[in-house]
Design a binder for this molecule. Structure first.
Ligand SMILES: Nc1ncnc2c1ncn2[C@@H]1O[C@H](COP(=O)(O)OP(=O)(O)OP(=O)(O)O)[C@@H](O)[C@H]1O
Length: 698
């Protein structure tokens, strides 16, 4: 204790003489959450090479202050320097390896082992394998952690907190910012942690700012700051604080300060003085009392400028950080094999269901047949035999039964032949002029239930096909005489009997890839931000651009597997034709996947909670699917909406994919390249937007 007192006295002399540089300096700092003013013109100085204990009741703004110091929260007024420069100053390794930050939230990846966690931060801080291994062994032993292969999710609350502390200590940072590191830690280990902090600051190179609810343990700090309602009531060596208030413990000194403060009202609370300059009325007026920590004035605030080269280097993403984040994502995926399989199989399941269920001809449709011809050789019987039996199920009935049945919804149509159908049809073929009655009697009469357009269209198509086949077979060279005078020649592109599946598949493949990618990424930042992981990575020196790129590259791996499986199914199993270049097909689908990832990243960076992120992802699903002309042609969309449709990411892309697959076109065709251009444009826009939002929000 005596030694402590001596240290404090030395500090006093140094600071008074202005010899002691500040590791952290906060001047007139204000920060609000909406209308709630949390930091209120706060001044604080953490001297270099010392432990600073920040004390205060719950909700007084300690965590907010630490977040402002590390730069994850922006201040609304005032000025902060950390190790000589403002946080996030270009070229300054704050955030970065100079700072070890242990946030109040545990902020650890649950799917990581202890070893994964420390390796992850080791990679980000650029430690060599040997350095990481040595530090890891020391920290596991020092913090009494279980086996390094233990999964974080299986650790107790106290053990997780210790791993979190280990991650902050890993790179031997110059400044340690610890938000309640000793909560839930047993007294023996608490004493050990404090002793370690005392040891590391002894050399004068390392500084520590620590918050704790155990006020008495802060007596081991060189300086304590007592905070209340966003202000610093007192700041100085613990012994001096106690002496000032004639208190035997720091806790009672603090209680007394709070009581005095409450009586005086917060307006007059002093700032930046040794010990509180006293909430007692006398001392509040005592201007002769010299502050130990020099209160800075606006003139003291230096102007910081960075060379453009340093600025440019600062924004260039570091491959080391991207690689560390990608390895992190891969490790987490490996630990969740069920989820990974689901991600790989979901698009295949979706495309299979789509090819099986959408666009095919209706099957087993009940149709009532009223045949008034009785002869076995009648043309009506022959014509009916050409009707496709898999699609149309014929039920022979009388006229009244057939109409009763269709009205009751039992049949989709009634086909009726008059009793003279054969002779009248023959007359129509052989005689140059026939009466209207002959034409009527030689026609097949059909009544349809048109409430289901697809079924009605199919019945019309099947009847025409049956008639064509019938006249071809029965009349041979004379068939042209009764043929409909419109002839559809061999198609230029596509096949004659093409079904709707062919139209819908390219757009569906793009939509499935896009929406799965949105789903994969929309929640990634939301959960990481909520658990404090995003902030922690940022303080470790990972930039927004690096985070965005790492997510993009990792998800690219997942969507590549998804796309390979999708193509195998559509091309080989469902035999969807591809007349064009497979490389172009794959490129366009991958780029659409990237659009989905980028859009997911925008949602993820802009939205804070899972529910809103899910709503945003789901909210765009149907409007985009419908307006993009994926399930129904764009040409059917009314004009004002069609313009909107054309700027959406999937409209031109779906058209381009259809042109490649069914027309065999290449990039020289405008309809193909504009699909690529629009997709690339959206990719760039979404990625930049996500990076900017992330940057603004950290
Ligand atoms: N994201 C936020 N949005 C709105 N208000 C917030 C937010 N974070 C904190 N606050 C409010 O700011 C005040 C200070 O919170 P802070 O977490 O800084 O307190 P603290 O001193 O660290 O408390 P504790 O010791 O319990 O951790 C509290 O009233 C809290 O409700």
């Amino acid at each position: 204790m005596e030694q402590k007192h001596l240290e404090s006295s030395t500090m006093k002399t140094d600071l008074e003489a202005g010899n002691c540089s500040a590791a952290i300096h906060c001047h007139d700092v204000c920060r609000s959450y909406g209308k709630l003013k949390v930091l209120n013109n706060l001044n604080l100085t953490v001297p270099q090479g010392q432990i600073y204990g920040l004390l205060g009741p719950s909700g007084c703004g300690k965590t907010t202050l630490l977040k402002c110091i590390v730069g994850t929260l922006k201040i609304s007024h005032g000025h902060i320097t950390v190790l000589g420069k403002p946080p996030a100053f270009p070229g300054h390794e704050v955030p970065g390896r100079m700072v070890g930050y242990m946030p109040q939230d545990i902020a650890l990846y649950n799917e990581f082992t202890i070893s994964n966690t420390l390796w992850f931060y080791g990679r980000i801080h650029g430690l060599s394998s040997k350095e990481t291994e040595t530090r890891m062994n020391f920290l596991i032993d020092f913090l009494g952690l279980p086996q390094k292969n233990s999964l974080v999710r299986n650790l107790s609350g106290g053990q997780r907190r210790r791993v979190s502390l280990g991650a902050a200590l890993l790179q031997n940072p110059q400044l340690l910012i610890l938000d309640e590191p000793t909560v839930g830690v047993d007294p023996v280990l608490r004493a050990k942690i404090w002793q370690h902090l005392v040891d590391i600051v002894r050399g004068g190179q390392v500084s520590v700012i620590i918050t704790t609810h155990y006020i008495e343990e802060a007596r081991q700090a060189n300086t304590v700051g007592l905070m209340r309602n966003g202000r610093l009531l007192a700041e100085g060596p613990p012994d001096a604080v106690m002496k000032q208030h004639n208190a035997a413990t720091l806790e009672s000194a603090f209680l007394q300060l709070c009581e005095d403060f409450d009586q005086m009202g917060s307006k007059q609370s002093p700032q930046g003085r040794l010990i509180d300059s006293s909430p007692s009325p006398d001392s509040m007026r005592d201007e002769s009392r010299e502050p130990i920590l020099r209160k800075s004035t606006p003139e003291d605030i230096p102007k910081y400028k960075a060379d453009w080269k340093v600025r440019a280097r600062h924004v260039i993403p570091k491959w080391r950080n991207i690689a560390a984040l990608m390895i992190k994502t891969m490790v987490r995926m490996r630990r969740m094999p069920g989820s990974l399989c689901f991600q790989f199989l979901l698009p295949v399941i979706q495309i299979c269901l789509m090819c099986l269920c959408i666009g095919g001809d209706p099957k087993g449709i009940d149709v009532a047949v009223v045949n008034n011809e009785s002869s076995p050789s009648a043309y009506s019987r022959s014509l009916l035999s050409f009707l496709d039996n898999t699609s149309v199920y014929q039920v022979s009935l009388s006229h009244s039964e057939a109409f009763a049945g269709i009205r009751n919804g039992e049949y989709w149509g009634v086909i009726e032949f008059g009793e003279n159908f054969t002779s009248y049809l023959t007359k129509r073929m052989l005689q140059p002029r026939v009466s209207r009655d002959v034409v009527e009697g030689g026609s097949v009469h059909v009544w349809l239930d048109l409430t289901n357009r697809q079924i009605a269209l199919m019945l019309q198509k099947k009847l025409h096909e049956a008639f064509e086949a019938f006249i071809e077979t029965k009349l041979g060279s004379l068939s042209y005489m009764v043929a409909v005078p419109i002839k559809f020649e061999e198609p230029i592109y596509g096949k004659k009997n093409t079904d709707f599946t062919i139209f819908v598949t390219p757009g569906a493949v793009l939509s499935i890839t896009f929406y799965l990618a949105v789903g994969l990424t929309a929640l990634s930042f939301v959960l990481e931000r909520k658990e404090g992981l995003l902030d922690r990575c940022w303080v470790a020196g990972v930039s927004s651009l690096e985070t965005t790129l790492a997510h993009l590259f990792s998800q690219l791996f997942v969507i590549s597997v998804q796309i390979i499986l999708l193509l195998i199914f559509i091309l080989l199993v469902f035999k969807i034709p591809n007349e064009g270049s497979l490389a172009l097909v794959i490129s366009l689908i991958v780029l659409q996947g990237v659009t989905g990832i980028s859009f997911g990243l925008v949602i993820s960076s802009a939205i804070d909670d899972e529910q809103s992120a899910n709503q945003a992802a789901l909210g765009i699903f149907y409007p985009n699917l419908i307006i993009s002309g994926v399930i129904w042609p764009v040409e059917c969309i009314p004009y004002p909406l069609r313009y909107l449709s054309l700027v959406l990411p999937q409209t031109y892309a779906s058209e381009a994919l259809r042109c490649i697959m069914y027309r065999g076109w290449g990039l020289s065709r405008m309809m193909v390249w504009r699909g690529f251009v629009v997709t690339l444009g959206w990719n760039t826009f979404f990625l930049m937007l996500a990076t900017v939002i992330l940057k603004l929000r950290t």
